[in-house]
Design a protein around this ligand. Structure first.
Ligand SMILES: Nc1ncnc2c1ncn2[C@@H]1O[C@H](COP(=O)(O)OP(=O)(O)OP(=O)(O)O)[C@@H](O)[C@H]1O
Length: 238
């Protein structure tokens, strides 16, 4: 996908101003940027949910999935049914496997109001995996999870992506998530939102550990770049 000269304003706020970015096929692109810089707006433009004021999007992907910051589950459907609904021909075994991957075994017949916020979000992630899209947009999908669960979800996402090799665009405030997941990490600026830096990480995801030399060097670069941005206090690194 290419975003070419994208502009998007809300009233007097120029959120995206001549924004250009390429999302490579079959890669995970992680996006970091100051709070309120326009990351969700950018994903919404990519998904076609909002139209840019100007600019063009070149996209070969017919099926785009989206994991929103909130779970958006159907309250009258169970966990199993919420996951099934986006791909009704998926086998029950496949859906059960996704439920197990996201750690919701034994909750298949529960309704969203019987789950915690983190469990609902994991259900919405399983639903996105069941959708089998060519491009998956994920807006801070693990933010309601505690550290251990987040790291487990990162590992599950890597396993699924290895089988599937679709394009994933993953917005996060967590540097460690970006380090473990991204083939590329894009840092955005605020007012207006533009691409500050793109860092490529060469070590394959399944061989990465946060102590690796390459990740250590990328972390230092990211911290340096992000510290130039406003709201640098919103970034966390374990
Ligand atoms: N529908 C809207 N109407 C008016 N202003 C909006 C609208 N959506 C977003 N904005 C403004 O646009 C800017 C970018 O918002 P956006 O949600 O895209 O940022 P973000 O980087 O995703 O934020 P966060 O890191 O807090 O999730 C913010 O100043 C926000 O207040």
């Amino acid at each position: 996908m290419f975003l070419d000269g994208i502009y998007k304003s809300y009233d007097e706020i120029n959120v995206l101003h001549n924004f250009n970015m390429e999302i490579k096929d079959n890669e995970i692109t992680c996006i970091l940027g100051p709070s309120g810089c326009g990351k969700s707006t950018l994903l919404n433009v990519m998904a076609g949910i909002i139209n840019p004021d100007k600019g063009s999007i070149k996209n070969n992907h017919k099926k785009i999935g989206y994991v929103f910051q909130e779970d958006r589950l159907l309250p009258w459907k169970t966990v199993f049914e919420n996951i099934k609904i986006v791909n009704k021909i998926a086998s029950d075994n496949k859906i059960q496997n996704l439920i197990d991957i996201v750690g919701l075994s034994n909750f298949e017949n529960k309704y969203p109001n019987q789950l915690s916020g983190g469990m609902r979000q994991r259900c919405s992630i399983a639903r996105a995996f069941n959708y089998e899209c060519q491009m998956l947009l994920m807006d801070e999908p693990f933010k309601s999870l505690d550290y251990d669960l987040r790291i487990n979800m990162v590992k599950s996402l890597i396993d699924i992506w290895h089988k599937w090799k679709n394009s994933i665009v993953f917005v996060t405030h967590e540097i460690d998530e970006a380090l473990l997941l991204g083939n590329r990490v894009v840092v955005l600026t605020k007012n207006p939102c533009t691409v500050e830096t793109v860092i490529k990480i060469n070590t394959p995801q399944n061989l990465r550990s946060l102590d690796d030399r390459e990740l250590f060097e990328v972390r230092s670069k990211l911290i340096k770049t992000l510290s130039k941005q406003q709201d640098k206090g919103t970034y966390k690194s374990a």
